[in-house]
Design a protein around this ligand. Sequence first.
Ligand code: 5AD
Ligand code: SF4
Length: 523
Amino acid sequence: MNEKQRKEQAQIKQVSSVDRKSSQDKPLSEKTTEDFAHYFQTTYTPPDIKKARKRGRDKIEVHYDFEIPEEMSKIGKGKKFLIRTYGCQMNEHDTEVMAGILSEMGYESTLDTDDADIILLNTCAIRENAENKVFGELGHLKPLKLEKPDLIIGVCGCMSQQESVVNRIMQKHQQVDLIFGTHNIHRLPDLIKEAMFSKVQVVEVWSKEGDIIENLPKVRHGQIKAWVNIMYGCDKFCTYCIVPMTRGKERSRRPEDIIREVRHLAAQGYQEVTLLGQNVNAYGKDFDDIEYRFADLMNDMHKIDIPRVRFTTSHPRDFDDHLIEVLAKGGNLLDHIHLPVQSGSSEILRKMNRKYTRESYLELVAKIKKAIPNVTLTTDIIVGFPNETDEQFEETMTLMEEVGFEAAYTFIYSPREGTPAAVKKDDVPMEVKKERLYRLNDLVNKQSAESMDAYEGKVVKVLVEGESKKDETVLAGYTEKNKVVNFKGPKSIIGKIVDVKITDTKTWSLNGELVEKTAEVSN
Ligand code: 5AD
Ligand code: SF4
């Protein structure tokens, strides 16, 4: 670590000293923020949403020197960890990194809370119900902590980047030993050490924009599909979204690091990678020394010998012609694009700060369909944005049909503290929002079922992932367009891409029969 980083760390390191022993004079439920005020004023600086909103010109630093401190490298021997993950693929992948770090410290993973010595909740802040689930889980863990005082309970992920959440945990959830933010994952060994040896709640949440830490260890979930981060953060500032505050500014990993990681995964036998970023189309915009964007990266991915490359998630605004041209090459670049639209009304899109209109979105879709005629498009939609009118909602319904989305993740707008939309007066009753969601979901189901019907009798390529969750005599896998297929076949084909003839279609899945030829080929 250089001098600048040391200083920076000294400034922003936020280890709180809420001494749980000395604060036992008053029941926690009766404590107010004032009871903790002296900590805020002295040793504890909460995550700062205003600071998190700022975008500076500081150069992004890439660190390649991650190491587990010697004294922590065996501390987990004979102990177990459990990480519960909420939210998006980015969180799933962060969990893989934390599992990697803990494994290098000697810990083993467990699925049993009673068996765990460390329990981490990797949280999501995108909607209120995601937060409620975490607070519910913290409540469930309280008796366990009372029974096992040495158990370390940690809260990390997007919720810990929010001041209100950190305050609430400090005041009401003393069973939590450790709170750390999305920019602090590489500090896990030191944080665990602090949590083990101090009697105080350890809080370290950096609100700074974040650097890039390479060479972090990972324990990946499975050996068939892998996630690869290509960039972190988001600079789009959609008015409803908390992510730019919880994940910091857009910063891209260097192409050579990504390419090396994907090549390595291919060499290990992985069949599919999904390139991850909050807005992958902005990849490379932050490089000031090279002209290399997402289309260039996809072009390089096309040359790598790995059967399937996906990416998520796209922002329509940055989806340029060069990218369409590269995706049209096909091969391992699959013809499924997830392109969140959020609303079909230009006025709502303006209020959401999406920086495109219904018309320009449709133009983009037309361009994509022309270049990739067989493309499958899926999307994200929010209903009930503040003051959304019936007419504006109808525009979302017609857009859904006009584009012909084959699937959509649909959400009722959830106000997020610290975002511009959250302070807007909203005249749409919750009942109306729910009705809109139900109607939209009916349409989504109808379009999904229709897209599935078209597969009847066709042969599709399926990457076999394992036994079906519902029936272990059945195998399950995904087509190139990410449709689930269930079929019977030998377990020896798990991890391979096989041909399956579709015999029966459902709204969200397909049933089929293994085409024997490929079973022979792939055996
Ligand atoms: N309320 C509801 N949905 C939201 N999303 C993001 N923020 C909110 C919010 N405040 C949705 C968007 C995004 C997806 C990941 O979550 O549709 O694309
Ligand atoms: Fe949130 Fe918009 Fe960024 Fe997506 S593009 S993460 S919705 S701010």
